[in-house]
Design a protein around this ligand. Structure first.
Ligand code: ADP
Length: 441
């Protein structure tokens, strides 16, 4: 039997949510229907995880062309900003969850009031929707964050920069993603000008200290309404132009102390904020003047996250399966890695769409690197667009395996994006002498 919220199972906080159970229709075999708001690749990949669990994933997408709408027959076309569309979509769902955090709070409140089981609850999601609210809450619970301030006047930004060594990061409080809505500032003049320009356009702003970090990490955890938590290994994330490009799982040479701290932080945040489902806590690892290292929280995402795509091929339970389990209040799956190393690299659209079709690129990739796992999102190609990713697993924890796995992930993702082998590989001749060489043997 499936455990459902509010059905007298003694599920801790779950009892606070009005049960949707009475209205949930389940699929024709009596299995759960999970609704995911969003047409993107996260919903598409959640569908991939729903299938073997016997569940139905319903998506709310803007058009049938969208990534998630291609993957499931249960598509409701509509807008996440329209209450009528949201209600039509949510009717009969055992739980409603998200592939992005842009659904307005007022509409979520209406859904909850009408008995829809929204997971994560809107009160938690708020912290992933508004960076200032998130910073304030994290500071209140003692999580380490960079110094920050609200910016409601250009002078607020100017003052902050003057007080913090002439550098700072201005951020749109809401709606930013992939580095959009983030401005690295140098100098008081620039701070004043950029803040004035954005405030004039009605963008609510905050500012924070620029952290000269050593690397970026992500602590991915899941939490169920019952309160069960699970953590995957802490990973390193590498961005290009503000967009996540490579993820190394686990982060190499991470001290035991920081690993423990990262996990404890992520679980504490999940518990304190009442997060359910997958929570990604993006972290900065920095080195203090005395040489010691520490962590600061950058961002929260309450949904499957790019830093967790490696789990599809590198862990017993993927983040997508775990998210489904968590929002349905099922027991969580094991998060143990199945290999010593997994490297994920995003396929980001090239400046010019290559002449060679994606189909042919996949074909050639398979011939050269049969062990590379390809995940494409069914999107047309545009510069910088996330078109898919590759996962490459390494069978040993040594440096040679690390370097080879990383090189293959880089070559493969770049090949899929550009139809160019960066090492000069020729399918008939192989790579030039002295370059990386590994055939499809
Ligand atoms: P988004 O919501 O677009 O992902 P983030 O707040 O995560 O925006 O910022 C995007 C990237 O900008 C981060 O991954 C990091 O590389 C850089 N960044 C953000 N805040 C800071 C900061 N305070 N100091 C240094 N770099 C930062």
């Amino acid at each position: 039997m499936t455990l459902r919220n509010g059905q007298g199972q003694g599920h801790g906080e779950a009892g606070q949510q009005p049960p949707a159970g009475g209205q949930a229709e389940r699929n024709s075999l009596g299995m759960p229907v999970v609704g995911m708001i969003g047409g993107g690749q996260l919903a598409r990949m959640t569908q991939e995880a729903a299938l073997p669990l016997g569940q139905t994933l319903r998506v709310l997408a803007a058009s049938s062309e969208e990534s998630s709408a291609q993957s499931t027959p249960d598509v409701v076309l509509g807008s996440f900003e329209d209450l009528g569309d949201l209600q039509r979509f949510a009717a009969g769902c055992d739980a409603v969850t998200f592939d992005h955090e842009h659904v307005p709070q007022e509409l979520l409140a209406e859904l909850v009031a009408s008995g829809v089981n929204v997971q994560p609850p809107p009160s938690a999601l708020l912290h992933a929707q508004d960076k200032l609210v998130m910073r304030e809450r994290l500071a209140a619970i003692g999580a380490p964050v960079p110094p920050y301030a609200e910016v409601s006047d250009p002078e607020d930004a100017a003052r902050f920069v003057a007080a913090h060594g002439d550098t700072a990061v201005l951020k749109a409080r809401r709606g930013g993603y992939d580095g959009k809505g983030v401005w690295m500032l140098t100098g008081v003049e620039e701070a004043r000008a950029v803040a004035a320009e954005q405030l004039e356009q009605g963008v609510p702003l905050m500012i924070e200290q620029r952290v000269f970090w050593e690397r970026e990490l992500s602590a991915l955890v899941a939490r169920s309404p019952f309160g069960q938590g699970a953590v995957w290994p802490v990973v390193e994330t590498i961005q290009r132009g503000g967009i996540c490009h490579t993820v190394i799982a686990p982060a190499q040479d991470l001290s035991e102390e920081l690993r423990t701290q990262a996990h404890a932080l992520a679980l504490t945040i999940a518990g304190e904020l009442g997060v359910t489902g997958v929570l990604a806590v993006e972290l900065f690892e920095f080195r203090a003047a005395d040489g010691s290292t520490g962590l600061l929280v950058n961002e929260l995402a309450m949904r499957p996250h790019n830093s967790g795509h490696w789990t599809q091929d590198g862990a017993i339970t993927s983040q997508f399966e775990q998210h489904l389990r968590a929002v349905l209040d099922l027991p969580l799956g094991s998060t143990l890695p199945v290999v010593p190393l997994t490297i994920m690299a995003n396929v980001l659209g090239a400046e010019y769409t290559p002449e060679m079709s994606m189909d042919e690129r996949v074909h050639h990739l398979g011939a050269r690197f049969p062990h590379v796992k390809v995940h494409l999102y069914g999107k047309s190609e545009r510069p910088g667009r996330k078109l898919g990713h590759v996962n490459v697993v390494g069978s040993a924890p040594d440096q040679e395996t690390f370097e080879e796995t990383r090189a293959v992930a880089e070559l493969a993702s770049n090949w899929l994006a550009t139809a160019q082998w960066a090492d000069g590989w020729d399918p008939h001749e192989g790579a030039p002498v002295g370059q990386f060489r590994r055939g499809g043997d």
